[in-house]
Design a protein around this ligand. Structure first.
Ligand code: HEM
Length: 122
C-alpha cells in the first residue's frame, strides 16, 4: 500500500495512543531515565502524554494539529546525553515489538524518531 501514510500503516490514532501509553511508563520507570520525570505532577505527565500522541500522529502524516513546543525548545537544558538516548530507543523498540508493529513500519518509525537525536541530545 504505497499510498498510505505511516499514520495509516501503523493503525491510526488509537495505535499511536497505545504506543505512547506503552512507552511512557517504560521510560519513566527506567533506572537511568527516571530522573527526568522526578517530582512531576500527575496532570503535567498526562498533558505531556497527550502532546506526545499529537506529535507522533502529526509527524506520521495523521490529521492532527500538534500544538506543543518544538523538540529543541522542549528538551533544551535537560542534559539528555547519548546513553540516555540509546536507552530511550531501546524502550521504543520494546514498545513497538510489544504492540506487534511489523518490520517495515518499525524501521520507518525508528528512522523518523532518530532524525530528532540532534535536537534532543545536549
Ligand atoms: C532520552 C530521550 C527523552 C527524554 C529524557 C525526554 C524527556 C522529556 C521530558 C522530561 C518532557 C517534559 C518537559 C516539560 O514538561 O517541560 C518531555 C516532553 C516532550 N517530549 Fe521528550 N524526551 C525524550 C525524547 C523524546 C522524543 C524522541 C520525542 C519525540 C520524537 C519526544 C517528544 C516530546 C514531546 C512532544 C513533549 C511535550 C512538548 C511540550 O511540552 O510542549 N521526546 N520530554
Amino acid at each position: 500500500m504505497p499510498d498510505q501514510t505511516l499514520y495509516e500503516r501503523l493503525g491510526g490514532y488509537d495505535a499511536l495512543a497505545a504506543t505512547a501509553a506503552n512507552l511512557l511508563p517504560r521510560v519513566m520507570n527506567d533506572d537511568r531515565l527516571g530522573r527526568f520525570w522526578e517530582n512531576r505532577g500527575d496532570d503535567g505527565i498526562a498533558r505531556e502524554g497527550q502532546l506526545l500522541i499529537d506529535f507522533l500522529c502529526a509527524s506520521c502524516g495523521g490529521p492532527i494539529m500538534y500544538r506543543g513546543r518544538d523538540m529543541v525548545l522542549t528538551h533544551k537544558g535537560m542534559g539528555i546525553d547519548r546513553d540516555d538516548w540509546k536507552c530511550f530507543i531501546k524502550h521504543l523498540i520494546d514498545t513497538l515489538d510489544d504492540l506487534g508493529v511489523g518490520d517495515q513500519e518499525m524501521n520507518d518509525v525508528l528512522s523518523f524518531i532518530q532524525s530528532f537525536e540532534g535536537d534532543i541530545v545536549d
